[in-house]
Design a protein around this ligand. Structure first.
Ligand SMILES: NC(=O)c1ccc[n+]([C@@H]2O[C@H](COP(=O)([O-])OP(=O)(O)OC[C@H]3O[C@@H](n4cnc5c(N)ncnc54)[C@H](OP(=O)(O)O)[C@@H]3O)[C@@H](O)[C@H]2O)c1
Length: 309
């Protein structure tokens, strides 16, 4: 990543993080604190982003350089039964933040591969036509539109298949359930790019740094894709997790491939979630890391956290 030197402002960058206790929010908080930002990390109980009055009051009091919105309704299956709740959180909430953001404040808002129908045969580009097929995807697409319309100095960061060493996610579930059962059946006909939440946080902080150093003009605002490099199926993801578990602990979990039809879910899963990340590399010099490397490191970290307990 590009080194930021002399024209970096001396005062600490002031950032507000919403949804700061979630999987991505907690990583953004940790990374932002580590690089020395002045961080206001707001969990759901400190700021409900669907409360327009509270959002306006909070942001006008804090007057941040950047706002990172990590708050979201992320239960894709439950969203089918609660489309209005998902819409309130994923579209109206971001609109509240966008409306209340000071003009020169960079707003970074997270979005998802679910804005696409998942039927492409190539990695989705940022300007490909979104055609969500789920209530969650529709609510997230509405959120993107609200943010870009109401606060043009924004970055929409679309990501996919997010996991980390903490929180509920595919990697943690595979380890927990796999170790209980000893064998697993995992879907092999949905393809995507596992993405470590810590890498998303690093990418966000890098973009905020560029903006703060005036190396970011409004022409760079807009939609960007960011995921781990490469792609696999959920089965391939699971196999890599279990291979690393065996290396670390000697535990053997057998995993066999199944097709989506054998694992029905209330919300349709996109068969193809691969996002092209060339734009973020070209524009901000952010280079995605091979998904396998990060998955192996994260399994190692989970095992070492268990030993420390
Ligand atoms: N996870 C993935 O695989 C994935 C994939 C693609 C894109 N994304 C996007 O990445 C972003 C972050 O996802 P994540 O995995 O970090 O999700 P997460 O762990 O579910 O975090 C979402 C956070 O939002 C908070 N929240 C819920 N309602 C709120 C409200 N009304 N006001 C303020 N905060 C509220 C939640 O707090 P409570 O739990 O206390 O309610 C939670 O801490 C989302 O925009 C998501 O769409 C995620």
């Amino acid at each position: 990543m590009e080194k930021l030197a002399p024209d970096m402002p001396v005062s600490a960058t002031k950032v507000v993080i919403t949804g700061a206790n979630g999987q991505v929010g907690s990583r953004v908080k940790e990374t932002a604190l580590r690089v020395g930002y002045s961080v206001t990390a707001l969990g759901h109980d400190q700021l409900d982003i669907t409360d327009a009055g509270a959002v306006t009051k909070t942001l006008s009091q804090l007057s941040p350089d950047a706002i990172i919105n990590c708050a979201a309704y992320t239960d894709v299956d439950k969203a089918e039964q609660q489309p209005d709740v998902a819409h309130a959180l994923n579209a109206i909430g971001p609109a509240n933040i966008a409306k209340a953001s000071p003009d020169d404040c960079l707003l970074i808002h997270l979005s998802t591969d679910y804005v696409f129908d998942g039927n492409a045969t190539y990695a989705y580009l940022e300007d490909d036509l979104p055609q969500p097929e789920t209530a969650y995807g529709k609510s997230k697409l509405d959120g993107e539109k609200q943010v870009l319309t109401l606060h043009p100095f924004s970055i929409i960061l679309r990501t996919a298949w997010v996991y980390s060493a903490t929180h509920r996610n595919f990697l943690k579930t595979m380890l927990d359930v796999g170790r209980n059962r000893g064998d697993m059946k995992v879907v092999d006909d949905q393809i995507g790019s596992p993405t470590l939440a810590d890498d998303i946080a690093s990418a966000i902080v890098h973009i905020v740094d560029l903006a703060r150093a005036n190396k970011f003009d409004a022409s760079r605002a807009g939609i960007y894709h960011y995921t781990g490099a490469g792609s696999t199926s959920w089965y391939g993801f699971a196999q890599t997790i279990f291979d690393q578990l065996e290396l670390e602990t000697g535990e053997k979990i057998s995993v066999s491939p199944i097709v989506t039809k054998e694992y029905p879910t209330p919300a349709k899963r996109p068969p193809w979630s691969v996002l092209d990340t060339e734009k973020i590399t070209r524009t901000f010099d952010i280079k995605p890391v091979a998904w396998q490397q990060r998955v192996r490191e994260t399994v190692r970290k989970v095992i070492s956290m268990e030993k420390d307990r």
